[in-house]
Design a protein. Structure first.
Ligand code: BMA
Length: 322
């Protein structure tokens, strides 16, 4: 029997391309005994249900990643101890902190990328077969870098990863790049994919942008959900946009939404440790049923879910591009 992804029909009074799950947030800040907040987390289909890697900051506000399991993709059982890694393709598995994980199944295993503390943030890579035993690989890039997001299959024979070169602080800039690797160890052929928008064109994405969930292959190319940031007089505001990248040359942007597709607008997105943040890190989809379920961190405090029809998100992206 096919596994159902989380879903709720669009409310009749909603005119937007995405809508929020009525019972958001699905994971609260104190979901495990040590946590101060659980947000910016990643999930995938696994065995009969789902598995995930969760960002749980503890009450000392140390950032780490934890494995979790779910039958329905909504109710999660998150392990109380962080993931520990064995040496994968390297002995060098130092890590000062781990945050903002992404997870994807490629070929025979689940690959995890995250923002890894190694003399500042860079992109850590690991893998698991069972979400019990984890192996850490070489960092993909030099510091500083964030938002490493793998494509779910090789492109022209190589692994491909989006990323966002950054600084060591609350980076005031940031564009999306792509890099390729023959072996998940050595990364190169770095190309710019997409830059911030001009303020007057699309202000919500004028300060920095970064890839979110694993890109989804559609008949219009790769659907890339991303976060975009505006720098306001009260600080950064993070919203969500959508872009379509060329299937074989994903550094070519075909379309990109001028309006955001979801912006912080309800209490759990506007109030929290970092107000006004929606930060997508994962999506489940069902092509036949035309369903998309996006997991996002809200206000750097909780995990929430939003839904959309895949075909409508694609046509919205085409029709609202700039
Ligand atoms: C980014 C990252 C994210 C966070 C966001 C908003 O730089 O640290 O984890 O959600 O800022 O605070």
């Amino acid at each position: 029997m096919k596994k159902a992804i989380p879903w709720q029909e669009k409310p009749s009074n909603c005119n937007d391309v995405l809508w929020r799950y009525a019972k958001n947030p699905i994971i609260n800040r104190y979901a495990i005994p040590s946590s101060n907040s659980v947000f910016n987390s990643a999930v995938v289909p696994f065995q009969e249900g789902f598995a995930g890697v969760f960002r749980c900051d503890n009450k000392a506000v140390q950032m780490n990643i934890f494995a979790g399991f779910s039958d329905n993709g909504i109710d999660w059982d998150i392990k109380h101890n962080p993931i520990t890694f064995k040496a994968g393709n390297t002995q060098m598995i130092a890590s000062d902190y781990k945050y903002d994980p992404r997870v994807v199944f490629i070929e025979d295993r689940y690959w995890i990328t995250w923002c890894n503390g190694y003399h500042g943030p860079t992109i850590g890579i690991g893998y698991t077969f069972d979400f019990k035993e984890f192996f850490q690989c070489e960092n993909a890039f030099l510091p500083f870098n964030r938002n490493g997001v793998l494509f779910p299959k090789k492109i022209n024979g190589k692994y491909a990863m989006l990323c966002r070169p950054s600084d060591n602080g609350h980076t005031p800039f940031g564009d999306i790049y792509i890099s390729y690797s023959p072996d998940m160890k050595f990364w190169g052929e770095h190309r710019c994919v997409m830059k911030v928008a001009k303020f007057e064109d699309s202000a919500w994405q004028s300060a920095k942008i970064g890839a979110g969930p694993i890109p989804i292959l559609t008949n219009e190319g790769w659907l890339m959900i991303y976060h975009g940031v505006i720098n306001t007089c009260n600080g950064f505001r993070y919203a969500m946009g959508a872009a379509l990248l060329d299937e074989n040359e994903p550094d070519k942007v075909k379309f990109r939404t001028q309006p955001y597709v979801l912006g912080p607008a309800v209490a759990y997105e506007q109030i929290g440790d970092v107000p006004n943040v929606v930060f997508p890190c994962a999506a489940l989809h069902d092509i036949e049923e035309d369903k998309l379920a996006i997991y996002y961190g809200a206000a750097d405090t909780v995990v929430a879910l939003a839904f959309g029809k895949l075909s409508e998100v694609v046509s919205f992206t085409k029709n609202n591009s700039f």
